[in-house]
Ligand binder design. Structure first.
Ligand SMILES: [Zn+2]
Length: 242
């Protein structure tokens, strides 16, 4: 099912960004090519960018270790970190297939805690992907669902950004209503809606037990608009496998 894309209207929601680019000038781009191309523009670093790069270099290994323990990831490999310039106004970081790309060009990155939040958020995506691989479940979120305008795409992105937001320790002070129809789905609020969707379940069951169940049980189309039914199903599954 198709719905209209709505990207990047709210800074609060897009400060920490998606594990995969949605589109660039309405044209789908190959992510790996994009990374290579963008990496070469890192010469545009300015003073604050260098400061951010140094902070991320110091913080990322700590965040990876913290998240590895938190979610029970056994794999000891580390992501490749590249410093780059994303051609939009809001993207600060991206994770894709064992590479974390950090933008060093934005002037607003120095808001309080951004370095550790950014490192924690992208380390969270790295951890979730690798837990899924460790389970023999392939990459997560699955690439196919991240490349299309579907309810599954919207759901996977919401869950992915929700987990990464919670793992980074960030809290949103928004109060948005959960979308009830396709026309209300937006790509601006995954972070807030996703963290709200998952925070109670995380508190109840913990990341280690919850993540494998959540990533292998995406919402059915009808559940996308009734998250409480999905949450009930997840609780039932969790309690059945104690
Ligand atoms: Zn993200």
């Amino acid at each position: 099912m198709k719905f209209r894309r709505f990207v990047g209207s709210a800074l609060v929601a897009t400060l920490l960004t998606a594990p995969i680019s949605l589109s660039h000038e309405n044209k789908k781009i190959s992510f790996s090519e994009n990374f290579t191309e963008l990496a070469s523009s890192s010469k545009y670093l300015h003073g604050k960018g260098v400061e951010l790069e140094n902070c991320i270099n110091d913080t990322m290994p700590l965040e990876i270790s913290r998240i590895r323990r938190l979610i029970g990831l056994k794999d000891k490999s580390n992501p490749t970190i590249i410093y780059t310039v994303f051609p939009d106004m809001v993207t600060l970081g991206k994770y894709y297939s064992d590479t974390i790309a950090i933008d060093t060009s934005k002037v607003y990155y120095d808001r309080r805690n951004t370095c550790s939040e950014l490192a924690g958020h992208e380390a969270g995506h790295f951890g979730l992907d690798n837990i899924s691989l460790e389970m023999g479940n392939g990459h997560w979120p699955p690439q196919y669902s991240m490349e299309s305008d579907s309810l599954r795409f919207w759901w996977d992105k919401t869950v992915s950004e929700g987990f990464a937001t919670l793992l980074s320790g960030r809290e949103f002070k928004l109060n948005l209503k959960w979308p009830k129809t396709i026309s209300e789905l937006s790509h601006a609020h995954h972070y807030y809606l996703g963290s709200r969707l998952l925070s109670g379940l995380v508190q109840e069951f913990g990341y280690k037990r919850l993540i494998p169940v959540v990533i292998t049980n995406p919402a059915a189309d009808s559940e996308v608009f009734q998250p409480q039914i999905w949450q009930k199903r997840i609780r039932h599954l969790m309690n059945a496998h104690k």
